[in-house]
Design a protein around this ligand. Sequence first.
Ligand code: ADP
Ligand code: MG
Length: 253
Amino acid sequence: MEKVIISVKNLVKRYGDFTAVNGISFDVNEGEIFGLLGPNGAGKSTTLEIIETLRDKTSGEVIVDGINLDQHPNAIKKIIGVQLQTSGYYPGLKLIELLNLFSGLYNQPVDAMKLLDTVNLRDKANAKYKELSGGQKQRFSIATTLINQPKIIFLDEPTTGLDPQARRNLWDLIIDIRKKGTTVIITTHYMDEAEILCDRVAIIDSGKIISLASPDRLIDDLVATGFERPKEVKKANLEDVFIYLTGKEWRDE
Ligand code: ADP
Ligand code: MG
């Protein structure tokens, strides 16, 4: 039996008379990679930020690892890892300095080099944040979510804007983090990514969950309706060409 680590019931968020999140309910199981998918403005970030205790809800119930959000938001903060907005970094500090700074802020001792190893950035320990590539910046921001050894990390569009290798690089990292037992909640607009990474996905539209299951199940259900994809005549696509030519095991410099 799976253990539920996040339980959301009838969550509602209104901004004035606009309802951004319209009574959604879902559970996330411990150790899974759970995807929130949906068009821009669907309510994904709002939902995540409420669970992360960063935004007030209008109504509904959120329980994280047995802790009720209404009663002990600070206890929830201690067991989760949230990606900071990149603008929140001091661009002129070295990575190692930034990690030590955050470690002090969180009052959480950290082995900064080991953490940089986890995200494959040991070589960049003495580089400044602003000198990193897009993929490296994302990996670093994931490292910051791991400082407090969280049970759950939240990744809101971590691969948006990355090149194909950097995206694959990040998939490997996310899979590694999950292997160590951390639950991952992720949003993405890339369906190939959701299919590869996510154990289950919730599809949100206009503040409501319109479907929730494993990617495999959702695809099978669609096929069962008689849906058929236009036949692909070629055995590869342009992304395959790109990765074949430039891949070098998800190089990232
Ligand atoms: P998503 O992350 O799925 O793209 P968001 O959760 O960011 O969507 O936003 C959901 C809806 O709520 C959008 O229509 C957005 O414009 C609106 N919204 C988000 N934040 C605010 C806010 N602070 N005030 C008013 N409306 C907001
Ligand atoms: Mg968003």
